[in-house]
Design a protein around this ligand. Sequence first.
Ligand SMILES: Cc1ncc(COP(=O)(O)O)c(C=O)c1O
Length: 464
Amino acid sequence: MQTIIEPFRIKSVEPIYFTTPEERKAILKRAFYNPFLIKAKDVIIDLLTDSGTSAMSSNQWAGMMQGDESYAGSNSFFRFEKRIKNLTSMPKVIPTHQGRAAEKILFSIIGGKGKYIVSNTLFDTTRANIECSGAEGIDMLCEEGKHPSIPAPFKGNMDVSALKQFIKEKGSESISLCIITVTNNSGGGQPVSMQNIREVKEVCREHHIPLFIDACRFAENCYFIKLREEGFAERSVSSIATELFSYADGCTMSAKKDAFANIGGFLAMHDEELALQCRNLLIITEGFPTYGGLAGRDLEAIAIGLEEVMDENYLAYRIRSIEYLTQKLIAGGVPVMQPAGGHAVYLDAKDFLRHIPVHQYPGQALAAALYVEGGIRSVEIGSLMFGKYDCNGKLIPATMELVRLAIPRRVYTQSHIDYVAEVILKVFENREEIRGLRIIEEAPVLRHFTARFEWAEPAASLAY
Ligand SMILES: Cc1ncc(COP(=O)(O)O)c(C=O)c1O
C-alpha cells in the first residue's frame, strides 16, 4: 500500500479549544510576542516542541501502575537500567529528571575554564550547561548542514577536518569531550551518518578525547541510516543502534523524545571513575542513584518507550509524517530545510521574510504570524536562540534563521497536519504583511524562553 497510516488507534482524547485571529492577536500581545508565554489552552496545534509531549502507549500506562516507588533499589530502576544497558552496552546508568540535568552533572565535572567541548551542533541547554561551567562549546557542522535549501542525506554530520584542525590548534588536552547530537535538533533535525560517527571516533581515539552521544533522537537517526546509508537497508534499527552506541564512551539522553516519556532522562557511560563522580553530584542535585529525580513509574514508562521506539512501522510513519508536511510546503514554494528532518519541519525564516533584517528576528516574527493566522505554536531557532552580542552590543547573528514546527509523537493526525500546511501557505501568501520585532526585555542566558518583544514598527492595518 502507498498510504502509510498511523500505526495506532486512539483510546483517549483531549479537547482543542478554538480562538479567532482577533482573539489571538490580543493573546499574543499579552504574551509579548513570545510563544513560550502563551497559555497552552490558547493554542490550537502545539508544535512548540516534541519534548515531553508524546502520547504514551497503553503498555506504558500499564507499566506506570507497576512503578516501584521504593527510595532505594526499586524494581523499576533495575528494569530501566537493564533496558539502557541492552541498548547502549554501557555498564553505568544514571537516571536524571530530564536531559539538561544529565548535561549539568556531566559538564560540572568535565567542563571548567580553559576547556573545550566540541560537537556537530550543541543544543541550547547543552551549550548553556557547558558555558555555565566556564568551558567553551564549539560547533563544527559540515558545510552542507549550513544551507537549508540544499538537500543532502546527512546534514547533521560533524566536519572531521575542522575537528582535526581544532585539535592541532588547541591541543587535545584542552578538549574534554566531543559530543555528537543525533539527530541534530538545532540544525534542522538532520541525521548523522554511521560513517561520520566512525570517522569522528577514530580522531577522538587517536587523541584520547572521549566521545559522547546526545541520544535524544537516536532511533529516528538510526532509521535515517537504514534508509539513506549504503549497507544498512537490510539491518534492523535495533542493530544499527547497537553499532552507533558502540563507538561512544558515554551518552546523555532526554527521554522526553525518543522514549515517549513525559519526563525523564539519563547519563550512561563506560568509565567507572567518571560515573562515581556523576553519582556523587546526582545525590546532591537529583536524588538517590536508583531514582535520580524520577518516580518509579517514570522509570517504567521510559524502559517501555525505549523498546517501542524500535518498532519500524512506527519509525516509517514518524519519518513519513514529517516528510509529508515538508513536501506540501515545498510544493507551495515555501522555503524549508531540505530534506525533511526526523522530528520537525524547519521553515527558513531568512528566505521566507526577506524584508525583515536579522536584528529584527525574522524567525520570531514568523512564529508570531503562524500563531495569529492559525493558532499554531512554533519556536524560533535562530538569532534569538543562538545570537550573541559583541562588545558594542551589536547582534552577532546565528548561522541560520529557522522556525521549528516540532511534531509531538503519536499526537496529531493527518488532518491536523493538513491544517498546519494550509495555515503556513496562507501566511506565506501574506508574508509582506509581517513586521520585525524588537526585544524589550531578556534574560542573560537562554533568553528565548522568556524574552519580551514589541513590533519594530507599529502599524494598524496589517494582518499580523
Ligand atoms: C538535542 C537535545 N539535547 C538536549 C535536550 C535537553 O533535554 P531536556 O529538555 O529533557 O532537558 C534537548 C531538548 O530538546 C535536545 O533536543
